[in-house]
Design a protein around this ligand. Structure first.
Ligand code: ARE
Length: 606
C-alpha cells in the first residue's frame, strides 16, 4: 500500500512584500489543495455509472486504502432524460447525450460531485471524468429537456443553456457528405470527423468558439479537482481540433500537473485515423489488448502470454490505458466481461501482474443478456441509486480481497517493467516474476496445480495477496515459502497466487503449525494407522496414544496435528490392532515445522 499522508492544508507559499516602512512582511496564501500527495499508483477503478455518493464511499472505504491511483467516473454533465424507450425507461446511454455542461445529472448534483472529489482526494485517489465533447444529444430525440431542467431543440440544433446554435454543428449536405448524415464508413476520415455518430449532433470543433466552450467545461471540472479525462468518441474529434483544447486545460489542483488523458479510439484505422495520430494528445484505450486477452483466456492458451511484449497491439504500453472490458465491450461481447466469471477475474488480475499500459479495472452494473439498453438501478426519475456490493445488482470486482491484493502487488512490483522466468507447467498454468520484487502464478484450469517456480525473491515466508496478504508479523493469506529462490506453490483451481516483498511474514506467522500427515500404508483388516513422535501432541512416543489417521482415501491415511512452529519434530507411523502395535522399521522420520501456518508431509511406509 502506497498511501502517503498529505498536507492537510495544501501548499503554503510565502510571498514577501515590502511594506512602506521598508519592513518585510510575509503573507501566507493557500493554493487550493495544491501538492496533495495521492497514492503512487497507475491503477484506475472504472466505476461506471455509480452515483457520486457511492463513489465517494468506495474511495474512502476501499480504493484509497487498497492503493488505487484513480477512479474513473461516468459523464457528469446534464444529459437527456428518457422516461420511455424500447429497452425500458432511462437507458444507460442517456449520459452520453449532453444537453448542457451543468454538473447535474442522474448520477448526482454538482455538490455531490464536488464532495465525491474531495473524499477521493482525501483517500489518496485521483478522479478521471468521462468527457463527452464530440457531440451533444441526438437530433432524433423526441424529448427536449435534460436532468437539470435545461431545454433544447433537437432538430433545430439549439442548446440555449450552453449556448450552441445550429452553426456550431456539422450538417448533412454541408460538411458531411454521407447521404443519411450518419457515420457508416468507419475508416473514412471525412465521415468519421464530420458526420453523426449514431445520430448524435456533431460539434464543429474546428470553430474556436466551440472549442472554447468545451475547454471551459473541462476547466470547470478541473477547478472542482478533477485529475484527468476519458475522452468519449475521441476517434471522431480530429486530433488537430483536440490539441488546442488539451493545450488550454488548467493544471490539476491536487498535484499541479497536466490532467491525464485517455482517448477512446477504436483500433484498425489507417491514415488520419491511425492510433499514432491521436497519441500526441494523450493515452489511447487498449482495445486490441483487451481483444487479445479475450482470445488467450478464452481458448486457454495462457502460455502464449509470455509473447505479449512482441504482440502488435497498435500502441506501446506506455501510451495505453489497458483494460479487460468497458461498458461497450461487455455489451457487444467483444471482450471478456463479468459474465465470464473466473476467466474474467483471472484476466483482470493478469492485467495487474504483467507489465503493459496503465491498468483500468472495470465495475458497472449487472444487466440481462437480452437487454443491452437497460438502466442502471435507478428511481422512477432516472436518478441512479446507491451501489450495494451485496445485492447482486452491481459488479464489485474492484473491491474483492484478491483484486485489492493484486493492486498492492502491482504497486509493489511496478518499478520492474520486465518479467523473468516465465514458466508454464501447463497451457493454462503460468508463473513469472518481476525482478526481485514479486512472483505471480495463475491457474485457469479446473484442478489445483502444484509446481516449483523460480521466484526471484529472497528466501523467506511470503503471504499470498490473493487470499489476504500479510497482517502484523504474520499472514492472512496462504503462506508461501521461498527457499534457494524457488517456491513449490499450489495454485488452486481457477485462481492465482501473488507474493511480493511488501507482504512478508516477519517472525512467526503462526505460533502453531497445522501439520497434515499423509502416509501411504497398506494394512490388513482390523489394523489402524497412528502417528507418534517426540512432541506431546504426538503422545511423546507412548503407544497408548498418538494421532489416529483417517483411511478415507485408503491406502493414503491422513490426519492433522497442531505442532509448535520452528520446531524439529521426530515421528514414526505405527499400525495398531487391539493392543498389538507394529512399528515402522528404520530411523525416526524428521522435519522442521517452520513458520508457515500449515504444512503437509507426504510419506510412504515400505
Ligand atoms: C443512442 C441510441 C441511438 C440514437 C442515439 C441518439 O442507441 O439509436 O440514435 O442515442 O438519440 C452510447 C450508445 C449509443 C447511444 C449513445 C447516445 O452506445 O447506442 O445512442 O450512447 O446515447 C463507435 C465510436 C465510439 C462509440 C461506439 C459505441 O467510435 O466512440 O461506436 N463509443 C462511445 C461510448 C458509447 C456511446 C458513445 C461513444 C456516444 O463508449 O457508449 O454511445 O457518446 C468499429 C468502429 C468504431 C465503432 C465501433 C462500434 O469498431 O471502428 O469506431 O465505435 O465499431 O461498435
Amino acid at each position: 500500500m502506497e498511501r502517503r499522508l498529505r498536507a492537510a492544508i495544501g501548499r503554503i507559499s510565502a510571498v514577501a512584500l515590502m511594506g512602506t516602512a521598508g519592513v518585510t512582511a510575509v503573507v501566507l496564501t493557500r493554493q487550493a489543495d495544491a501538492a496533495e500527495s495521492l497514492n503512487d499508483s497507475d491503477v484506475t477503478a472504472n466505476l461506471w455509472e455509480w452515483n457520486w455518493p457511492s463513489i465517494a464511499r468506495a474511495c474512502t472505504d476501499q480504493l484509497g486504502p487498497a492503493g488505487y491511483g484513480a477512479v474513473q467516473v461516468a459523464p457528469p454533465q446534464e444529459s437527456v432524460t428518457l422516461p420511455a424507450g424500447s429497452g425500458g425507461a432511462h437507458p444507460w446511454w442517456e449520459v452520453y447525450q449532453p444537453v448542457s455542461y451543468q454538473i447535474h445529472g442522474r448520477l448526482g448534483t454538482r455538490e455531490q460531485f464536488s464532495a465525491m472529489v474531495r473524499s477521493c482526494h482525501t483517500a489518496g485517489v485521483r478522479v478521471y471524468v468521462d468527457a463527452v465533447i464530440n457531440h451533444t444529444a441526438g437530433s432524433n430525440n423526441s424529448v427536449s429537456t435534460g436532468y437539470a431542467g435545461s431545454s433544447f431543440d433537437p432538430k433545430g440544433y439549439s442548446y440555449p443553456a450552453v449556448p450552441y446554435s445550429s452553426a456550431d454543428f456539422h450538417h448533412k449536405g454541408a460538411e458531411c457528405t454521407d447521404e443519411d448524415g450518419r457515420i457508416d464508413a468507419w475508416n473514412d476520415p471525412g465521415e468519421v470527423f464530420n458526420c453523426e455518430l449514431s445520430g448524435l449532433s456533431d460539434l464543429k470543433t474546428e470553430k474556436a468558439g466551440v472549442r472554447d466552450k468545451l475547454t471551459g467545461y473541462l476547466n470547470d471540472l478541473i477547478g472542482i479537482g478533477v485529475d484527468g479525462f476519458r475522452v468519449d468518441a475521441a476517434k471522431h474529434l480530429p486530433p488537430a481540433d483536440f490539441a488546442p483544447i488539451v493545450a488550454g486545460l488548467h493544471r490539476t489542483t491536487a498535484e499541479a500537473k497536466a490532467p491525464y488523458i485517455a482517448q477512446e479510439v477504436a483500433p484498425g484505422g489507417t491514415g488520419d485515423l491511425a492510433l499514432s495520430r491521436y497519441i500526441g494528445n494523450g493515452d489511447v484505450l487498449g482495445f486490441s489488448y483487451a481483444y487479445s486477452l479475450k482470445e488467450h483466456f478464452g481458448n486457454g492458451t495462457l502460455s502464449d502470454l509470455q509473447y505479449l511484449p512482441q504482440w502488435d497491439l497498435g500502441l506501446a504500453g506506455a501510451g495505453t490505458a489497458a483494460m479487460v472490458a468497458n461498458h461497450d465491450t461487455e455489451r457487444d461481447r467483444s471482450t471478456l466481461s463479468y459474465r465470464d466469471g473466473a476467466t474474467y477475474r483471472l484476466a483482470s488480475w493478469f492485467m495487474l501482474a504483467f507489465p503493459y499500459g496503465k491498468p483500468f479495472l472495470y465495475d458497472g452494473f449487472v444487466f440481462p443478456a437480452g437487454n443491452t439498453d437497460q438502466s442502471p438501478p435507478a428511481d422512477s426519475t432516472g436518478a441512479v441509486t446507491a451501489t450495494d456490493c451485496g445485492n447482486g445488482a452491481w459488479q464489485c470486482l474492484t473491491q474483492a480481497t484478491a483484486t485489492k491484493g493484486m493492486v498492492a502487488w502491482h504497486n509493489a512490483t511496478r518499478s520492474v517493467t520486465t518479467v523473468s522466468d516465465f514458466t508454464a507447467p501447463a497451457a493454462t498454468v503460468i508463473g513469472f516474476h518481476r525482478g526481485s520484487l514479486g512472483w505471480f502464478g495463475l491457474n485457469a484450469s479446473g484442478t489445483a496445480s502444484t509446481a516449483t517456480y523460480a521466484t526471484g525473491l529472497a528466501d523467506g515466508t511470503y503471504c499470498d495477496r490473493i487470499t489476504g496478504g500479510a497482517t502484523a508479523g504474520g499472514c492472512t493469506g496462504t503462506p508461501v515459502t521461498v527457499s534457494g529462490g524457488k517456491a513449490t506453490v499450489t495454485i488452486p483451481a481457477n485462481s492465482a497466487v501473488a507474493i511480493d516483498g511488501n507482504a512478508r511474514s516477519t517472525g512467526t506467522a503462526c505460533a502453531t503449525v497445522a501439520v497434515t500427515f499423509t502416509a501411504t500404508v497398506t494394512t490388513t483388516y482390523g489394523q489402524n494407522v497412528f502417528v507418534l513422535g517426540n512432541q506431546s501432541a504426538l503422545s511423546t512416543w507412548a503407544t497408548s496414544g498418538g494421532t489416529a489417521l483417517s483411511p478415507a482415501a485408503y491406502p493414503v491415511w491422513t490426519g492433522t496435528v497442531s505442532l509448535p512452529a520452528n520446531t524439529t519434530v521426530e515421528y514414526k507411523y505405527v499400525k495398531k490392532e487391539g493392543s498389538a502395535v507394529t512399528w515402522e522399521s528404520g530411523d525416526n522420520r524428521t522435519f522442521s515445522t517452520g513458520s508457515a501456518c500449515t504444512k503437509t508431509l507426504t510419506d510412504t511406509w515400505g
